[in-house]
Write a protein that binds this ligand. Structure first.
Ligand SMILES: Nc1ncnc2c1ncn2[C@@H]1O[C@H](COP(=O)(O)OP(=O)(O)OP(=O)(O)O)[C@@H](O)[C@H]1O
Length: 353
């Protein structure tokens, strides 16, 4: 056996926390590998939440339910919501063109090559799965794409631009957004505030404009609330808009993270194990949401251990093992690939028929 068995091809098994578990919601540094935490988004300005009329239910101290359609009747219309969520419809028009090109990247930690000469691309409008056993280099690859790590060799070109020394916040502005393996939300802020802050990445108001409350600043603040509500409706949690993020269920927190990432109006959405800790029903709902996101004009890069989910939702899959790419193809091709089967089942190459 070459290494431990990591994933189960046939079951819903995951290595992540249990379903329903509510996590620490403050912006926490990742504990794994001493990875430097991504810079938290800038301190949020107060978000105008007064448009919401909370209707307390049985446990008013902990639960706030709002009626999205009462805030804005347009939110009852899925088409209108989708239009607000993805205003850049031309994203979909270039479907099939290369959006991201990873060429020969190597990322080393001390003597260990966490990524070794890895190349692949992502087409516009595609859902690309990035899979591999534990420690294969998936998260490192995400980090190299999003500017957390600088590859020692190779290049990442996004939307025709070489990312090279581009800083993380600039990469967000260029159009790459991500979620993390461990939920990272502002627990004391409402769901709507968490999302509205995400729209800051697109705001043009200067500090001076914010201080003097210029018309543009008011307009952007107002737009942030409108778009924030539409995003919450899009991911299915608009009724919880006025609830503190820390009071949301674990599944809703995961959805909120996706909404916040979409708030930056990305061209590419990177999801790092979004189904971790989900039960089968939640996984099925997540697959529907990922398809909906793609259908709304976004391109999706997905790291996920759950094979049923990956096989069911992706258009193409890249497989890593020990930092190297061992396969790249459709789900059907990858499922039949002997090297992939060996990587997952721990079968020595020599034993593969
Ligand atoms: N900051 C770091 N310092 C040292 N080694 C690291 C660091 N980050 C990752 N590694 C190592 O690089 C390899 C790839 O790790 P990575 O987290 O990218 O794998 P992964 O495929 O995402 O794994 P998992 O599925 O368990 O999340 C592992 O051997 C890991 O221990």
């Amino acid at each position: 056996m070459r290494h431990r068995r990591s994933d189960d091809w046939t079951s819903d098994s995951v290595q992540q926390p249990r379903p329903g578990e509510v996590r620490q919601q403050t912006y926490a540094a990742p504990e794994v590998h001493g990875e430097r935490p991504a810079d938290p988004p800038p301190s949020p300005e107060p978000v105008r939440t007064q448009a919401i009329t909370p209707e307390p239910v049985d446990t008013p101290d902990t639960t706030v339910i709002v009626d999205p359609a009462a805030i804005d009747p347009a939110l009852a219309d899925p088409e209108a919501v989708a239009g607000i969520v993805a205003p850049q419809r031309e994203m979909a028009s270039a479907e099939g063109e290369t959006l991201l090109e990873v060429d020969g990247i190597t990322v080393e930690f001390g003597g260990l090559a966490a990524l070794d000469d890895v190349s692949f691309d992502i087409k516009r409008g595609e859902i690309l799965g990035l899979i591999g056993p534990n420690g294969a280099g998936k998260t490192t690859c995400f980090n190299a794409i999003t500017g957390v790590y600088r590859p020692s060799r190779g290049t990442v070109v996004f939307d025709g631009k070489l990312l090279g020394k581009v800083k993380q916040h600039q990469i967000t502005r260029l159009g790459i957004a991500r979620t993390f393996q461990n939920v990272r939300l502002w627990g004391e802020m409402t769901a709507l505030e968490n999302v509205a802050v995400g729209t800051d990445a697109r705001h043009k108001t200067s500090v001076v404009g914010a201080v003097f409350r210029t018309p543009r600043h008011y307009r952007e603040e107002h737009d942030a609330v409108d778009r924030g509500m539409a995003l919450l409706e899009f991911v299915g949690i608009a009724s919880r808009a006025a609830e503190k993020a820390s009071n949301l269920s674990y599944g809703d927190q995961r959805r909120l993270e996706i909404a916040r990432a979409l708030a930056t109006e990305p061209k590419l959405l990177c999801l790092d194990e979004p189904a971790a800790g989900f039960n089968p029903r939640e996984k099925a709902a997540l697959m529907d949401l990922i398809r909906k996101i793609r259908d709304d004009g976004y391109t999706v890069l997905l790291i996920e251990h759950d094979m049923r989910l990956v096989m069911g939702v992706t258009d193409r899959i890249v497989v890593l093992e020990f930092g190297r790419k061992i396969a790249d193809g459709t789900p059907a091709e990858v499922r039949e690939n002997p090297a992939v089967i060996a990587a997952y089942l721990g079968v020595p190459d020599d034993d593969i028929a």
